[in-house]
Design a protein around this ligand. Sequence first.
Ligand code: ZN
Length: 454
Amino acid sequence: MADVSAVASAKADVLVRGGTVVDPRGCYEADVAIDDGRIAEIAPDLAAGRRDEIDARGLLVLPGVIDVHVHFNEPGRTAWEGAASGSAALAAGGGTLFFDMPLNSTPCTVNGDAVDRKRAALEASSITDFGLWGGLVPGSVGEMAEMAARGVVGFKAFMCDSGLPEYPRADEATLENGMREAAALGLPVAVHAESDAIVRRLAQECSGPTAREFLASRPVRAETEAIDLAVRLAGRTGAKLHIVHVSSGAGVAVAAEGRARGADVSIETCPHYLFFTGEDLERLGVVAKCAPPLRPAEDQGQLWSALLDGAVDMVASDHSPSEPSLKIEGDFRRSWGGIAGVQSTLAVLFDRDRHRVSPERIVALVSATPARRFQIERKGTVAVGNDGDLVLVDPMAAHTLDAGRLHQRHKMSPYIGSEFRGTVRRTIRRGETIFLDGRIVAAATRGRYVRPHH
Ligand SMILES: [Zn+2]
């Protein structure tokens, strides 16, 4: 018997000892053994003898964060970010898998060839695993089957101007045809939901450079109107609809009503809508410009309520950096719209004293539900047979996010200077530690391309 167990132990690579494993259904004390990149055993007091034993006493052991919404801009716009720096920042925030949006890379990911090019670029540079969104733009409906065959997780459409001329908005016919095609392919359509008509009109009326004028140009009703249309189209076509970066409680409510009527809708929000308000925007400046914009405190309160009561399905960063020169201080009208916060999602969710989110709920929001919704096998929970993607969090350790802690390419983030309680100690991707106590330590292997199973 001793010989048999010795053989079994020799094959196990990593033992995470003495932590509190967090599952959407509850927390429990256990050791976690990872064998050849997969979770092999979860139980108290597992036998010693693994090659690498990690002391997790006092730490929470979560499944790695799955960030379903980032813009790492590779290939083509790596001066803005790039997958090496972007995935490093993700890992520093506890992430092990991201889905890259079809813009702002060059070319945009709107056909099979562009999917191949992005996949090759990210396989060469990402330290975390990754999946790819395909693009739904006028003219790309006929390319969707080819993109699906290459493994995209779904298709992203803009209902208003995207800010990039090469990625035009999907008019209603494109959106409806794209949803029909996506439904046939078994994949979701993700929408940036702001009404083009409202945003276009108000951009003319509120054309000044100030934060106040920018906020007035993109009101909550632009969001609710677009969500209402998207949900009706999803109901009509049978498509799975994923609404990205919902910024307001009212937006969540409209989407949830559609879901109650039978539409297949998932709702994503972002940490910045939970952490900052429109009232903060003047103080923060253009680094915090994003679309939809930050909302008044009252809307933020409703968004937190929706998050806590279960109406919000997931939280993703919408990490969308640019070159610093595109953020023009004092000029909200001409500055790039996008917040670079990929490293801060867990910190925001762990830290809000006014809105205690349980660790179980956090895991559902950033790991379990994303994996289930996007049909990613062997990810999203700490379970035997799943990939050994773990993040070890010290829930009591405080830290201040200074620029030196950021791993993204440009050290620009509205979170700089914020104090958080809850600190990521270690990120493990398929058994390999890629982030440890402030440093990226990935060496042995690269990230892998992940595709949905449907
Ligand atoms: Zn985005």
